[in-house]
Ligand binder design. Structure first.
Ligand code: C2E
Ligand code: CA
Ligand code: CA
Length: 691
């Protein structure tokens, strides 16, 4: 029933005691099988072959064809077993015809089938021997139960022989599956019981039908040769059924778009890999991949381009892996790679990096060239988890960290899990941080793309935590937002920024200052008044203050945001839409908030040189901004080529590390003073362009 061994009887564990037994075992099966063939041929060759009817030859022919047309049977995972319809005809022939004929044809068919499928020689030899033994055992069982001569050339089947025929079928099933399970267990190290119970579970139903049909086939053949072809009908039914079951099983475990395994299948495979870790010191790893900026690709270029990118990523990940490893698509732009056998964390990380490199190779979809960036979180078992569930969770935590650090790959560490605990303690500390003067402002200049002069400085908040050191605003701003502290924190920031600006104004500078306003603050109805008072206090004209709000901030509650922004506008301050391109914004809101400036999100600017898609987004944002009468600022300018490209695109303002990182107030003052000398190079390029 069992098509026999199909996986290469591998050398994976060469040297282990299991494998030492494997070769002699295969040799034994082959020799024993051939001995059965020889013995039977010797006993039957001089028999009255003229008494052998047409039906026996027809059964032999059907056995032959059936062996070459296997029925696929889905297993619980994505592997398929094959069941051969030859079992019906082989068993029927064993019951009523010459055993030597059955053995010879079966051996030939198996040999041919394995040759066609290029199976390894060892597998071929094992399968030949295994089938010879299976058929011989079935005949022996029939002869013993039914008190028939074992080597009789023909046997007439009577109604009372049916139980013996069924016993022969059962013996066929048992010997066939037993031998295959034994060799698989020797090869893989799984216990015999495990392999057997798996086989029986997936094959019992189909096998019972096929073997139960054997006495029917035998009897029908004896009745009339013409009856035999009719038997093909139910067998074809079984065949079709099996194929449908296979398709369904495939669909349930695979992703439609890419054909890759889905989350469920990944889990099952991981489960298997986990049980396979037998304390040998090897590890398994799960690497979670998340594409950066996939949403923008989808939003700007359409789903059909997004789909093609996903397929391309699937292909690249798959072709970048060695045997044994598998790729799954978990949904959206998230992929997982399972490494069932990996040396250690750094080996996994090296592989993840090479895969990231592969993805970065520009892909051309619909004439647009783009590089795909990915972040990867990695977790290993047994180091980080003893269950697949935990392993996935920890890989996810690592991924989260990789994304927020843009660190690309991150191996799980318990410290990053403690992150949540850390957040809690930070939250406690946040309350006293303002009174304790733990916040500072840093300033980053925005430069005119045409003249090189400083138009504005963006004030960015830093938290100098007494124990944790410098805490990133990406961490404490959300905390402050969720704990009601964003109001006091922002007021402190606005106050400080305007105070510094008034000092710089006093020494002759006339640039603006920009402050970031978070979503929560836009619900604060007293904000416009506070800002107006602070401006007056420091004698700063409203036009010298810019408020930066993100698209998503506006879209969270557009009505309220429009109201407050409208009131801010009326005091005369400027509005900038920050991180433009990362959220959903609607043109109509953009018009209605009467912004003065669009800030292209740094993620696009950083990627401009690498991928066409980002360059297109930058170009169209510049055009969009200009058509709405807005100044367009690019943040994240890290190098000269980007700076020049932005100028060529007509971008108005530039901000980024290449020009200056965010600096403390005093460092910024030094920068301002020294600028003509240290920024010669930039100035020369800037002056070289058209005004
Ligand atoms: P943002 O408003 O987009 O600020 C720009 C961020 O880009 C800053 O990060 C800045 O340091 C960084 N940056 C500037 N030039 C470059 C460059 O060339 N390359 C790269 N890779 N990065 C560059 P930072 O200071 O960590 O601030 C992160 C975010 O936290 C800010 O993003 C802003 O949304 C928020 N934030 C900072 N301070 C405040 C604040 O006082 N209030 C509020 N509500 N949000 C703030
Ligand atoms: Ca900003
Ligand atoms: Ca930004």
């Amino acid at each position: 029933m069992n098509e026999g061994a199909q996986e290469p009887v591998a050398d994976s564990a060469t040297g282990s005691p299991r494998v030492a037994v494997l070769r002699p075992f295969i040799a034994f099966v082959l020799v024993a099988g051939l001995a059965c063939l020889a013995l039977t041929a010797f006993a039957q060759v001089t028999g009255p072959w003229s008494s052998v009817g047409m039906e026996c030859y027809l059964l032999a022919a059907m056995l032959f064809v059936g062996e070459l047309r296997a029925i696929p049977v889905p297993r619980g995972d994505d592997t398929t077993d094959q069941i051969t319809v030859s079992s019906t005809f082989a068993t029927a022939l064993v019951l009523i015809g010459p055993l030597s004929l059955a053995l010879a044809v079966q051996a030939l068919a198996v040999f041919l089938d394995d040759a066609i499928h290029h199976r390894a020689r060892r597998i071929m030899l094992f399968n030949v021997g295994q089938y010879l033994l299976t058929l011989s055992a079935a005949r022996l069982a029939f002869a013993l139960v039914d008190h028939r001569p074992i080597f009789a050339l023909t046997t007439h089947l009577r109604p009372e022989d049916i139980p013996a025929g069924l016993v022969a079928g059962a013996v066929y099933f048992a010997v066939n599956n037993g031998l295959v399970a034994l060799v698989v267990s020797l090869n893989t190290g799984l216990s015999m019981i495990e392999v057997l119970s798996d086989d029986v579970r997936f094959q019992l139903a189909t096998s019972s039908i096929l073997l139960g049909l054997a006495p029917v086939a035998a009897h029908a053949g004896e009745f009339s040769v013409l009856m035999l072809p009719l038997l093909l009908l139910p067998i074809l039914g079984v065949h079709r059924n099996a194929e449908m079951a296979l398709t369904r099983a495939r669909e349930a475990l695979h992703d439609d778009l890419t054909g890759l395994p889905n989350r469920e299948l990944l889990r099952r495979r991981a489960e298997r890999a986990l049980t396979g870790l037998d304390g040998s010191g090897q590890s398994m790893a799960i690497m979670l991949f998340d594409l950066d900026h996939f949403k923008e690709i989808n939003d700007t270029l359409g789903h059909h381009v997004g789909d093609q990118v996903i397929r391309e990523v699937a292909g690249r990940l798959t072709s970048g892996l060695g045997p044994g490893a598998s790729v799954a698509r978990l949904g959206g732009d998230e992929f997982a790679v399972l490494l069932p056998d990996v040396e250690d964390a750094s080996a996994a990380q090296a592989l993840a990096r090479s895969l990231i490199e592969r993805l970065r190779e520009p892909v051309t979809v619909d004439g647009v060239r783009m590089g795909v960036q990915a972040s990867v979180g990695i977790a290993l078992a047994p180091q980080h988890a003893d269950s697949v569930e935990t392993l996935l969770k920890r890989a996810d935590i690592a991924l989260y960290r990789a994304k927020s650090n843009r660190g690309e790959t991150q191996v799980y560490r318990p410290e990053i899990d403690r992150h949540t605990v850390e957040r809690l303690s930070l939250l406690g500390d946040l309350h006293s941080a303002i009174e304790n003067d733990e916040f500072v402002l840093v300033f980053q200049p925005q430069i005119c793309a045409h003249t090189g002069e400083v138009l504005s400085v963006e004030a960015l908040t830093r938290w100098l935590h007494p124990r944790h050191g410098l805490v990133s605003p990406d961490l404490f701003i959300p905390l402050a937002e969720n704990s009601g502290l964003i109001g006091p924190l922002s007021r402190w920031g606005i106050e400080r920024a305007l105070a510094e600006l008034s000092r710089w104004r006093a020494s002759g500078h006339d640039f603006s200052v920009a402050v970031n306003i978070s979503a929560r603050l836009l619900t604060d109805l007293d904000l416009p008044e506070f800002i107006a008072e602070t401006l007056t206090l420091h004698e700063i004209p409203a036009s010298r203050l810019t408020v930066e709000v993100t698209e998503s901030t506006i879209m969270a509650d557009p009505k309220r945001a429009l109201d407050i922004l409208g009131r801010l506008r009326r005091t005369g301050i400027s509005l900038a839409v920050d991180d433009f391109g990362t959220g959903y914004s609607s043109l109509s809101y953009l018009r209605r908030i009467e912004a003065d400036e669009l800030k292209i999100d740094k993620s696009f600017v950083l990627q401009m040189g690498l991928d066409d898609n980002s360059a297109i987004i930058v170009r169209s944002t510049v055009e969009l901004g200009h058509s709405l009468g807005l100044a367009v600022t690019a943040e994240g300018v890290e190098d000269l080529p980007t700076l020049e490209a932005l100028r060529a695109l007509g971008c108005d303002r530039l901000q980024g590390f290449y020009l200056s990182p965010p600096l403390s107030a005093s460092a910024f003052e030094t920068w301002l003073r020294k600028r003509p000398t240290t920024f010669d190079q930039v100035l020369i390029t800037l002056e070289g362009g058209a005004e």
